[in-house]
Design a protein around this ligand. Sequence first.
Ligand code: NDP
Length: 327
Amino acid sequence: TKPAMRVAVTGAAGQIGYSLLFRIANGDMLGKDQPVILQLLDITPALPAVKGVVMELEDCAFPLLQGVVITDDPATAFKDVDVALLVGARPRSKGMERKDLLEANGAIFTVQGKALNDNAKRNVKVLVVGNPANTNAYIAQQSAPDLDPNCFTSMLRLDHNRALSQVAAKTGKPVASIEKLAVWGNHSPTMYADYRFATIDGASVKDMINDQEWNANTFLPTVGKRGAAIIEARGLSSAASAANAAIDHVRDWVLGTNGKWVTMGIPSDGSYGIPEGTQFGFPVTCANGKFEIVKGLEIDAFSQERINITLNELMEEREGVKHLLAK
Ligand code: NDP
């Protein structure tokens, strides 16, 4: 049997953690033949709740789960990890400005970036889920100078999956038949879900839908505001689908996509005019543990406008945390 992979999860006592941990331990993320050791981080007051979740993990008797570490110390949590899911983040509380949110999270992600830098495996795969995810990933990456910047990614996969399900509903075709969908930009309502290149059984989705008004005024707002709609309906945020998207993201990164496009937030290599290093959602393919941006796609005027909006938002967020990264 394979040696166990070490997987860190932060915010392990939270809602997303409660969906995520069981699926990782069940082999949904790294494969049904891949043993795992979970290294769970949360803040000190949340540790009793983490212990409770771990009791439930034990009671599942997952054959692949070879060990669990519970800690409030990032260095311990990230020791020798192969994968790190950074889920814990400071939620926006009442009366909190975006600036304060960036500040609170900046403090968390500088510390965690440094701890990854000093403790994780050199080829660690980091996925930031905690919001603002792209900027938190950028902060962590900037705080980890000894790691390859491409170790750090952020989660756009939930937006991608939401877009897939909307296109499936509109066309009446199964989600699994849709290929070449892309989501550009920030994990926020400004993200740009783009089905111009998408196909179903080889036929163009754009031609099939043939309704730019639906694209601009129904599809994009529905995908962009889906999180808020779920909070409104359920009284709680979208935790299970967020956990599922995190599983999809890491599984595809580790095990490959066989040429299929998926969306990942990754440090830009300058493609499509996105400044190098910016954590930006791009269509990618994955193979051999690496992602590659789908290059050479035509960006029309409508798309460019949408990409500019989401890029500007990211640039403003980056400006807001600049002082935290001053060397
Ligand atoms: P959740 O588990 O519901 O969410 C965690 C993070 O994921 C939030 O930043 C949330 O953003 C984000 N997120 C990204 N995508 C989604 C989505 N589609 N739906 C919902 N959330 C999404 O939060 P809880 O409050 O239940 O739990 C947070 C845990 O993190 C707690 O256990 C807390 O103790 C811990 N924590 C750990 C820290 C650390 O390790 N240093 C620091 C701070 C907290 P959004 O806020 O926008 O919903």
